[in-house]
Write a protein that binds this ligand. Structure first.
Ligand code: ADP
Length: 185
């Protein structure tokens, strides 16, 4: 099963990616987690992206293409994956299409986790990550709306979009997702 999870910052898509990964026995690939791990390790990549994450900006597409490309080609992703945090704009969506084409596979579903704006802000404010400060949160939400939200139509038009309500209990969201995904595959 190959799934992309789309959702605003604070939508809980990371939590759901982990739950789906366990339920479907495929790796959860979170670009945000990968970047934060690089920062924690102090690697060259980590040093390069540290300030970008702290400010709420997006890391450049070329860097992200390399990060995601390498990860998807690893053995454990061969049988499937849940991709969280990528793609975030049209160029990244195109890169993903190209990568999947090379792997001769396709996405089974693109999940959209929907949460009302005021609930997103409420959740992000109490999370306490370094990029969860008010100004930075605002920037991330604006970037999501401007760059990532247009992808919803792109995937809807290709018939792969599945939407679930994210403003319910964590386990209820997971159950809705599994039901919705079961319905499309
Ligand atoms: P959230 O979705 O809650 O904003 P993520 O963990 O997905 O959190 O991402 C955190 C940060 O990592 C983003 O604000 C951005 O700086 C960087 N990042 C993650 N994925 C990408 C991506 N695909 N393209 C560019 N930047 C990314």
């Amino acid at each position: 099963m190959r799934i992309v999870i789309l959702g605003a910052p604070g939508s809980g898509k990371g939590t759901q990616a982990a739950a789906l990964s366990a339920a479907l026995a495929v790796p959860a690939i979170s670009t945000g987690d990968m970047l934060r791990a690089s920062i924690a390790q102090g690697s060259e990549l980590g040093e390069r992206v540290k300030g970008i994450l702290a400010s709420g900006d997006l890391v450049d597409d070329e860097t992200m293409a390399e990060v995601v490309g390498k990860r998807l080609l690893k053995e454990d992703a061969r049988q499937g994956f849940v991709l969280d945090g990528y793609p975030r704009n049209h160029s990244q969506a195109q890169t993903l299409e190209d990568l999947l084409g090379k792997m001769e596979v396709d996405l089974d579903a693109v999940l959209l986790v929907m949460v009302p704006q005021e609930e997103l802000v409420r959740r992000l404010m109490k999370r306490g990550r370094v990029d969860d400060e008010e100004e930075v949160v605002r920037k991330r939400l604006v970037l999501y709306r401007e760059k990532t939200e247009p992808l919803i139509n792109f995937y809807r038009e290709s018939g792969r979009l599945v939407s679930v309500a994210g403003d319910q209990g964590v386990e209820q969201v997971t159950a809705s997702i599994l039901e919705a995904v079961g319905a499309v595959v």
